[in-house]
Design a protein around this ligand. Structure first.
Ligand SMILES: C=C(OP(=O)(O)O)C(=O)O
Ligand SMILES: [Mg+2]
Length: 403
């Protein structure tokens, strides 16, 4: 094993044009890894703390870098991540910033892979990974916190569940995205794009459901395999705590009505996936919905679990959800993200590896999905920072990745 010899940190741009943290990790033997932190817009209240990038970098340079350089073996990811936690000294990375932590954690993993000459997914997941691939969930219509004056539900996600391989699945999601564009044009509905490249028309959610059903059916007929769709409701963003109601464009729903509404949607549209249907504190609501529809769809916790094993453990004990979204920057290190996946799988929860709405060209999550054998990855449908991950999955599937 080889020691970390240098950690370089800098600010770069993310896909929203905001500054974010990028890390380079160099090893004594000349290994090199580079990674950048993503950033959420509909962030969960219980996520690890993202600091202003310049503060995060200054603090990491002061507290973390001296503990890593010349002291930690790059291939020992647990030790890299433990060192980051010890350097930070808080539960939520509020000292060095989860943005510095995750960038360094991911860059170290890439440097270690570089040293061994293995693709990142094999370094992280072992020699026998690379046979199973995640189904990509592709955001094709969206609003919420990702686009002004668009749908209330944050994401309508194409889910090519019948695709024979990743490449066909990725192409199918792009085709659904294109088909939605054509259907919008037929209806004379103008639409720009939201933060993740999904169409962001100023329409009611009911119309978005119609468009998704038509677009997925039509592309499924063309490609000859089953394409379903799903949602990220981002319930915490629409929940009004004072009035105990979910606020849509033209209507509001009580918690009971919200549960009924989502359960009806699952059956009406045969939804494959429902993320954050309820508020991030509502374990009971998640449990009730999971009881109703968990046998036929994924009820996924994003803001509910925030990739945190303690929150996931609570969910497991209460029967809340049957799936967890895994975003490394929500928790701060790759080790923590792996722990979340492991606890999920042990308890029959399906892990979904995920991007953030603010992304870079970093491809770590594509490797993480293959390394963990995750059944799903959510990383958009189009747009350079999204296709960076999707195209990487295609390369991994072809087994030519050497990043
Ligand atoms: C990807 C998402 O958005 P953000 O990164 O804004 O949290 C999400 O909510 O799942
Ligand atoms: Mg979400």
């Amino acid at each position: 094993m080889t020691l970390v010899s240098e950690v370089r940190l800098r600010q770069v741009l993310d896909s929203r044009g905001n500054r974010t943290v990028e890390a380079d990790v160099v090893t004594e033997s000349g290994g090199f890894g580079r990674a950048a932190a993503p950033s959420g817009a509909s962030t969960g209240e219980y996520e690890a703390i993202e600091l202003d990038p310049s503060e995060a970098i200054a603090s990491a340079r002061e507290h973390a870098v001296p503990r890593l350089e010349g002291k930690v073996f790059v291939g020992d990811q647990r030790d890299v991540d433990r060192t980051l936690r010890a350097a930070d000294g808080t539960d939520d990375f509020s000292e060095i910033g989860a943005n510095s932590a995750v960038a360094i954690s991911m860059a170290a993993s890439k440097a270690a892979a570089d040293v061994t000459g293995a693709p990142l997914y094999q370094h992280l997941g072992g020699a026998f990974r690379g046979e199973e691939f995640p189904t990509p969930l592709g955001n094709v219509i969206g609003g919420g916190e990702h686009a002004a004056d668009a749908t209330a539900i944050q994401e309508f996600l194409s889910a090519p569940v019948g695709a024979p391989n990743v490449q066909d699945a990725v192409f199918a999601n792009a085709a659904v995205h294109q088909e939605v564009h054509d259907l919008l044009a037929e209806r004379d509905i103008a639409a720009g794009k939201g933060d993740e490249g999904a169409w962001a028309p100023s329409i009611e959610d009911d119309e978005a459901f119609e468009l998704m059903a038509e677009a997925t059916d039509s592309v499924a007929d063309e490609v000859g395999f089953d394409i379903k769709f799903g949602l990220d409701v981002a319930g915490a963003e629409m929940y009004d705590e004072d009035d105990d109601e979910y606020v849509y464009r033209e209507t509001t729903r009580s918690t009971d009505e919200q549960i009924e509404y989502i359960a009806d949607l699952v059956d009406e549209y045969d939804l494959a996936y429902v993320e954050d249907p309820l508020d991030e504190d509502d374990y009971a609501g998640f449990a009730e919905l999971t009881q109703k529809v968990g046998d036929r769809t994924l009820v996924c916790g994003d803001d509910l679990f925030v990739t945190n094993v303690e929150r996931l453990q609570t969910g497991i004990e209460r029967g809340a959800g049957n799936s967890i979204l895994v975003k490394p920057n929500q928790i701060g290190t790759l080790s923590d993200a792996f722990d979340a996946v492991e606890l999920a799988v042990e308890n029959g929860y399906r892990p979904v590896i995920s991007h953030r709405s603010g992304e870079t060209e970093d491809t770590t999550i594509a490797h993480l999905a293959v390394a963990t054998g995750a059944p799903y990855i959510k990383t958009g449908a189009v747009g350079g920072e999204r296709t960076a991950k999707l195209n990487e999955l295609i390369r991994i599937e072809q087994n030519v990745s050497r990043l």
